[in-house]
Design a protein around this ligand. Sequence first.
Ligand SMILES: NC(=O)c1ccc[n+]([C@@H]2O[C@H](COP(=O)([O-])OP(=O)(O)OC[C@H]3O[C@@H](n4cnc5c(N)ncnc54)[C@H](OP(=O)(O)O)[C@@H]3O)[C@@H](O)[C@H]2O)c1
Length: 289
Amino acid sequence: MATFLHIMQIPTTPFCNGATLPRFGIGTWRMGERTSAAQEEIAVIKAAIERGVTLIDTAEMYGDGGAEIIIGRAIADAPSTREKLYIVSKVYPHNASRKGTLAACERSLKRLGTDYLDCYLLHWPGEHPIAETVEAFEALKAQGKIRAWGVSNFDVDDMEELASVANGNNVATNQVLYNLLRRGVEFSLLPWHRERGISTMAYSPIEQAQLLASAKLQTIASDIGATPAQLAIAWLLIQPDVIVIPKTTHIARVDENLGALDLKLDASTFAALDAAFPPPHKRTPLAML
Ligand SMILES: NC(=O)c1ccc[n+]([C@@H]2O[C@H](COP(=O)([O-])OP(=O)(O)OC[C@H]3O[C@@H](n4cnc5c(N)ncnc54)[C@H](OP(=O)(O)O)[C@@H]3O)[C@@H](O)[C@H]2O)c1
């Protein structure tokens, strides 16, 4: 008997150069670390794509390149889908010199089995001058090896430094730790992004599953007939310039997390979440995992 999958319509946000980016993707940290888990990880990425998920987040760091290899294997069977996918990878800060970034990108492309990345991020601020990394990103863009570039774990002062270098304003996104337990970014970083039309990628949207143990979250979720993971993800998705990239190695959890897209949150749910997970009242340094 044929099985019918629910293909999700995933909302998008303006990205750069007139393009758009899906606001729900799948993360891959901790994938590609164990050979014994490879088949399960490949299957979950394929299942996510079958369900309409096209944004895949990875990094050269994850599994020491192993996560990129897993993604490459997951998409190899359906090369025609490449144009529909948005693959984001990241360069290690210690590799992010001008020459080092170009070389790291080549290695990522090879592992992924693709000839371009949709977005290439600097994983966190590091020892190489940001101007050099931007120069390399722009060169990769001109060569067609990346379509856009961004940063990750950049606080407001890092973003200001980035904006001061040549072409620094071409930054498309900043991927940061953001979830109900980590709302510090709302005080000054998100407004800074919004004033400049820069999208925010929220990583660890369920705090690596720790958020799900919150009794307060469980109660509010059960009141609206949702699971805690769905509520945590839906709360982020309500903001039109925020992209969420939950990671899971279970197909059933891909379905559960995608269910967040169907949730409608009303004012009383927001108020309950604000009471349980208060917004910031002052600026705090950006947290990272
Ligand atoms: N830029 C950065 O510095 C940075 C840092 C961290 C993460 N990231 C990116 O963001 C992605 C997401 O963040 P994350 O992986 O740190 O954490 P996360 O997505 O908040 O949580 C992932 C964890 O939650 C579990 N999980 C997922 N859905 C679940 C559900 N419905 N019910 C119960 N458990 C569930 C997963 O377990 P199973 O796998 O066993 O299902 C996994 O252990 C990463 O994979 C990575 O791509 C970027």
